[in-house]
Design a binder for this molecule. Structure first.
Ligand SMILES: *[C@@H]1O[C@H](CO)[C@@H](O)[C@H](O)[C@H]1NC(C)=O
Length: 205
């Protein structure tokens, strides 16, 4: 007869090996993508993240990725406002069966109600930092000032930087969303609740 310890041992080893999902891994500059199925780490689900940028209502870029995601990254929405009336919106969604396609992520609503936070608003196409005396009044849930620095792929690193208002969710998701451990992100987001961002450095350093 199996002892309670043997049974516990079996249960523990089941929990440790766990059940892992396999999920599609892909990215595209549209609102969907296809790619291979990969086996996720234990506890991950299949996730999708959709990001779109609009200038006065017209879509200027789209990005869609599917990957293994931790559950706390599911069903998040967020937005940011940057110079020239450009708006960035993002949403995530998840599903939890092998090779499933998450439902289209929902996008946050626009708000024009000022929340009292004002952020420096600038763009630099050749550095990981930017400064301007221009400030924008943040609206709705966008109550953080953010700096996003992006490192373009290529032989010589090339950086772009943008600053404006963002929601806490954009700050939290930041560069960590899909970067694996040990992989240097090509993109990072730093945020403050006031417009006092002085920290800077180059992504991937
Ligand atoms: C991924 O897995 C799903 C479900 O098992 C399957 O329908 C699909 O064909 C797979 N995709 C690829 C690219 O193998």
């Amino acid at each position: 007869m199996a002892s309670i310890f043997q049974i516990l041992g079996v249960l523990l080893s089941l929990a440790a090996s766990g059940y892992t999902l396999s999920c599609t891994h892909c990215s595209s500059s549209s609102d969907s993508c296809t790619g291979p199925n990969v086996t996720c780490p234990y506890g991950f689900v299949c996730g999708a993240i959709y990001i779109e940028g609009r200038v006065t209502g017209t879509i200027i870029f789209q990005s869609y990725q599917m990957a293994c995601m931790t559950q706390d990254k599911c069903d998040i929405t967020g937005s940011g406002t940057i110079p020239q009336n450009a708006k960035i919106k993002m949403g995530t969604s998840c599903c939890a069966t092998d090779g499933c396609t998450p439902p289209p992520p929902s996008m946050p609503q626009d708000s024009s109600v000022s929340n009292g936070v004002a952020c420096t608003s600038c763009i630099s196409m050749d550095s990981a930092y930017c400064y301007s005396s221009d400030k924008i009044q943040c609206t709705g849930d966008e109550d953080r000032c953010f700096l996003q620095a992006t490192k373009a792929s290529g032989q010589t690193p090339k950086y772009t930087a943008v600053r404006g208002c963002a929601t806490k969710s954009v700050c939290d998701l930041g560069s960590r969303s899909f970067s694996s451990e040990g992989v240097k992100p090509d993109n990072y987001v730093i945020c403050g609740s006031r417009d006092g961002l002085t920290t800077h450095g180059a992504p991937g350093q």
